[in-house]
Each structure stands twice: as structure tokens, then as C-alpha cells.
Design a protein around this ligand. Structure first.
Ligand SMILES: C[S@@+](CC[C@H](N)C(=O)[O-])C[C@H]1O[C@@H](n2cnc3c(N)ncnc32)[C@H](O)[C@@H]1O
Length: 257
């Protein structure tokens, strides 16, 4: 029988799995914002009263962290209900009840009634959440949806992996390219750059792009590039953050007119 391709439903089920819920809830309770995130948020989101939208908020690590940095008008959403429930618990526990958490799919915000007619001054999709959407067209759909929800010139902060971030990565992806050329890749994968793996935190789908791919996707969906850098170029992170998440590239873009 043919292996089933990974879909949004696969990813959503994986994030609702108790193993993943415990993993992200623990990070939300113990890690909070990374040093690199704090630096970029302070630099590119200077107005703490502005309405901000966090896509893929998970168990609330970033949104509740922002609240404690003094941001007062925050909405986080995620399509995994079990994680949104954890985010609400965290907000109640940390005196951040004014933070709004919604269940919504980043590729289809039209159907999220509470967001109807709202315009945000900035948006975030952190810890590679955008790259956990299978299929390039779907990732572009999410970028278009965030564009629709943001005011002109609003900043968007995202992270992705980078297939070229080290010699080891480059060597690994050369081997993977050869597997795809022979048709021997994991049949569940949708595109070159995809990975689907399992560890103690559950099953994870991730698309690992190169820089050119992201620049093209941002350009095609109405976002103007302003900044990008690898995390290690922004700030050294403590061991607990490095254990939770490997190297990534931060991107700051602005909504075109
Ligand atoms: C790596 S987790 C990051 C969670 C949280 N932002 C953090 O940093 O701890 C990525 C999140 O993106 C969410 N996500 C992935 N695809 C999504 C989609 N299409 N719509 C909404 N959320 C999505 C997942 O459910 C997951 O909570």
C-alpha cells in the first residue's frame, strides 16, 4: 500500500498528542522568550500597546512572554486545541488573563469569527511554526492570511531552519537530494526539504528551506524583506534553550502598502 502523504491533519494530530502537549507546555512554563527573540521583538515591535497577533502560539510560550515584557494587546492562535487549552491555563496562572487565545488555522483565518474585521500592527510566527505547514502553497497561503490581517508596514517576525547553515547540514542535504533523484525518499514527504521524525516529544513534520526559497515566498505574498540572521549571530542562548531548539534563521519583513 502507498504511504500516505503528510497533511495539515497529520500535523494537527501530532501537536494534539499528549507527548507534544507536555513538551510545549513545559517549555512555556520554564523557558519563556529566548534571548534572541527578546532582542528582535524589542527592536522591531517598539509600540507595546499595539495589537499583535501570534500565529502558532502553541502552549503560550511567546504570547505570555510578550505580556511579561509589557505588551498589552495580544492575540495568540493555534490549530491544536489541546495546546490552546494549555496556553489559557498558563495565562491564568501567570496573571495574563487579558491575553486572548483562539483556535484557528493559519492557512484559513476567514473562518475564525472572533478575528473578523480585526487589523493587527504586527504578527509573529515563531519557533518554525510556519515551516510545519506541509506544502509550499499552504505556507504561502498562511503568509497571505497574515498579510490580510496586518496594517500597511506592519512587521512580521518568523523563524525557519536553513539547509545551508553549516557544512554538516549541506552534506546531509546533498545526500537527501540524491535520494530524491533516485525516488528513494520517505514517501510520506511532500517536497524536497521536508523531514518527518519521531523522538521523545512525539512526531514532528518540518520543512527546511534555503534562503532563496523564503525570499521568494515572502516576495510572492506581499512582504518586504528587512532583516535576517541566524540565531547564533543575534545572541548566545542558554543551554536550556539550545536543548529545546536547534539553530534557526530569524526573518523580519514588512507588509507592503
Ligand atoms: C514548534 S511549535 C511552536 C509553539 C510555540 N510558538 C512555541 O514557540 O513554543 C509550532 C506551532 O505551530 C502550530 N501550527 C502549525 N501549523 C499551523 C496552522 N496551520 N495553523 C495554526 N497553527 C499551526 C502548531 O500547532 C504548533 O503549536
Amino acid at each position: 500500500m502507498d504511504a500516505q502523504k503528510i497533511t495539515a491533519a497529520t500535523v494537527r494530530a501530532d501537536f494534539n498528542d499528549p507527548l507534544a502537549v507536555v513538551h510545549y507546555a513545559r517549555a512555556a512554563h520554564t523557558l519563556g522568550l529566548w534571548v534572541s527573540e527578546r532582542i528582535l521583538i524589542e527592536r522591531f515591535f517598539p509600540d507595546k500597546a499595539a495589537p499583535l497577533l501570534e500565529a502558532g502560539c502553541g502552549a503560550g510560550r511567546v504570547t505570555v512572554g510578550l505580556w511579561h515584557q509589557g505588551y498589552t494587546n495580544l492575540t495568540g492562535f493555534d490549530f491544536a486545541e489541546a495546546l490552546v487549552e494549555q496556553a489559557r491555563f498558563l495565562a491564568a496562572d501567570r496573571d495574563a488573563r487579558a491575553v486572548r487565545f483562539l483556535v484557528a488555522d493559519a492557512t484559513d483565518l476567514e473562518t475564525c469569527q472572533p478575528l473578523a474585521g480585526e487589523v493587527f500592527s504586527g504578527a509573529l510566527f515563531l519557533f518554525n511554526g510556519l515551516m510545519q505547514i506541509p506544502g509550499r502553497e499552504h505556507r504561502r497561503a498562511a503568509l497571505r492570511e497574515l498579510h490580510r490581517r496586518c496594517a500597511p508596514a506592519a512587521p512580521l517576525l518568523i523563524t525557519t531552519h536553513d539547509r545551508n547553515c553549516s557544512p554538516v547540514e549541506r552534506a546531509m542535504w546533498r545526500l537527501e537530494a540524491a535520494r530524491w533523484a533516485r525516488g528513494e525518499q520517505d514517501a510520506r514527504l511532500v517536497e524536497f526539504g521536508d523531514r518527518y521524525f519521531e523522538d521523545e516529544s512525539g512526531r514532528t513534520f518540518m520543512h527546511l528551506p534555503d534562503r532563496a526559497e523564503i525570499l521568494a515566498d515572502l516576495d510572492a505574498t506581499g512582504w518586504r524583506h528587512e532583516f535576517d540572521a541566524l540565531r547564533r549571530e543575534i545572541a548566545p542562548e542558554p543551554p536550556a534553550v539550545r536543548a529545546f531548539s536547534d539553530e534557526c534563521r530569524f526573518w523580519v519583513v514588512r507588509r507592503n502598502g
